[in-house]
Design a protein around this ligand. Structure first.
Ligand code: DQA
Length: 145
C-alpha cells in the first residue's frame, strides 16, 4: 500500500512556529515517526511539504497514479482554497484531512474547512498524534473508492 502525506504552508516551521498552539515537535520528527510506523504496517510512505498552492495541487494530481491513500494537512488553505478542494474531489482514493490543532475551538475563520467535504474523514486536535492516527486509519482503508 502506498500512502502520500502532504503538509501545507508554514508546517515546515513546526517546532518554532506558535509553539503554544502547535507544540515543540518538528516536521522532520513527525515524518520520521510516521515512517517508522509505516514500516511496521508495511506501508510505502512518502512525505512532502509545500508553501505553494499550485505545487500542492500538482502533488494531489500526482497521487492519481499509484497512490492508495492521501493524508493531507492543507493548513491555512483548508479554510479557503477551492482549487485544492477541486483537486481532492478529482481523486478516487481515500483522503484523510489532518490538523494538529482543533480548528473548531480556535478563531471563527478556522471553523470552516472547504476541503473536509471531499475528504473521507478528518482528524483534528491531537497534535502530532493526529498524523499517527491518520496513518492507522489509512492502514484500515480498503483502497480506491
Ligand atoms: C492547521 C490549522 C490551520 O488553521 C492553520 O492555518 C495551520 C495548521 C493545523 O494543523 O492545526 O497552518 O492546519
Amino acid at each position: 500500500m502506498r500512502v502520500l502525506v502532504i503538509h501545507g504552508p508554514n508546517l515546515n516551521l513546526l517546532g518554532e512556529r506558535e509553539v503554544a498552539i502547535y507544540g515543540p515537535v518538528t516536521l522532520d520528527q513527525i515524518n520520521d515517526s510516521m515512517k517508522s510506523r509505516a514500516l511496521e504496517l508495511g506501508i510505502d510512505l512518502e512525505c512532502r511539504q509545500s508553501n505553494h498552492e499550485g505545487e500542492i495541487i500538482e502533488q494531489i494530481q500526482g497521487a492519481r497514479q499509484g497512490c492508495d491513500c492521501l493524508i493531507i494537512n492543507p493548513a491555512a488553505f483548508t479554510h479557503y482554497s477551492i482549487a485544492i478542494r477541486d483537486a481532492l474531489a478529482a481523486l478516487e482514493i481515500p483522503i484523510i484531512e489532518v490538523h494538529l490543532s482543533n480548528i473548531y475551538s480556535r478563531e471563527p475563520f478556522r471553523h470552516k474547512s472547504v476541503t473536509a467535504g471531499v475528504a473521507t474523514g478528518q482528524i483534528s486536535g491531537f497534535g502530532p498524534s493526529s498524523y499517527a492516527l491518520a496513518l492507522e486509519a489509512a492502514a484500515m482503508m480498503p483502497g480506491r473508492k
